[in-house]
Design a binder for this molecule. Sequence first.
Ligand SMILES: Nc1ncnc2c1ncn2[C@@H]1O[C@H](COP(=O)(O)OP(=O)(O)O)[C@@H](O)[C@H]1O
Ligand SMILES: [Mg+2]
Length: 360
Amino acid sequence: MAGLTLTNVVKRFGALQVVHGANLEIADGEFVVFVGPSGCGKSTLLRMIAGLEDVSGGEIAIDGTVVNDVEPAERRIAMVFQSYALYPHMTVRRNLSFGLQMNGNPKEDTERRIAHAADILQINELMDRRPAQLSGGQRQRVAIGRAIVREPQVFLFDEPLSNLDAELRVQMRVEISKLHKQLGTTMIYVTHDQTEAMTLADKIVVLRAGRIEQVGAPLDLYDDPANQFVAGFVGSPKMNFLKGRVEAVGGGSITVSLIADPSVRLTMPVNSMPAEGTPVTLGIRPEHFTDAGAGNADLKVAVDVAEHLGHTSYIYASVADEALIIERPETRHSGHRQDFTVGLPARRCFLFDADGQRLR
Ligand SMILES: Nc1ncnc2c1ncn2[C@@H]1O[C@H](COP(=O)(O)OP(=O)(O)O)[C@@H](O)[C@H]1O
Ligand SMILES: [Mg+2]
């Protein structure tokens, strides 16, 4: 087992720079999730850690030793890919043993490792089948098994569940979480799915366009996002953003009105004081609206669609030309394009400046 340190890590493909100086500490045994939109550099970072891509600048250290020039096979890292990458003509048992045999691992030890992995993943009945005779979930289990038998000090997962259907994805997610508890090995997991990130991670690393935007525990990112990008990325359904304007400032507080309905005004304390008239964005999560009259201001919306899930309802609505999602428990709101009024609690509202930086 091992911790990892990234220091000013840069990646260039020719003239194109895609990772712009990443700094990150990963503790021994930690489950870290890299999350961000497609193309933000998640796989590239992972592949540099694995040694499958050269590092253009900076250092990657495993357990305090810089590994920039260490061969992938010598890093004691195992990687699991979205595409499984199993050998199609080999049985499951051969898929598990092949790499170890190639490295000259003693036969008895190889068998011990395979039996251990098969037990953990409950694939004992599948050992004589070939990949074509397995379901997607079973194939991914074998791919994970192939990582386990290597007894790596770090596991890397690159979107391993993306090819599975929704139900299986949830099931495998729980299994990967259990696997981490059982093995206690450092794991780095890449996904573009914020739910996977929230449910699996000890620590989430949010990436955007080759830069780390924020690092933190899942609920810390949810409660205290560093900026509008993180606020919009963490949480499902995502945070609502409404255009606003600073009406008045003073005494550590500001009063903001909504562009879509200037009669809606909220006064709240801020960390940094914008000038009067400044455009701002008000953020509020779908689950934080209150009943009408129970917040600090009421907001009248036009209902586009209401989804009733039993335990909760999602109301897709709009104010002027701005769309929003409101989650209300047990709302039996029927009909179409009706007015609906909700409360805005100031203490639940975020404020961002024109650059997406937090004002509160
Ligand atoms: N071999 C490569 N050559 C040139 N550009 C690449 C190569 N691999 C990735 N990129 C670019 O690097 C950026 C990050 O890619 P990637 O790490 O695959 O993103 P993610 O995994 O977050 O979707 C993208 O703009 C992608 O087009
Ligand atoms: Mg990728």
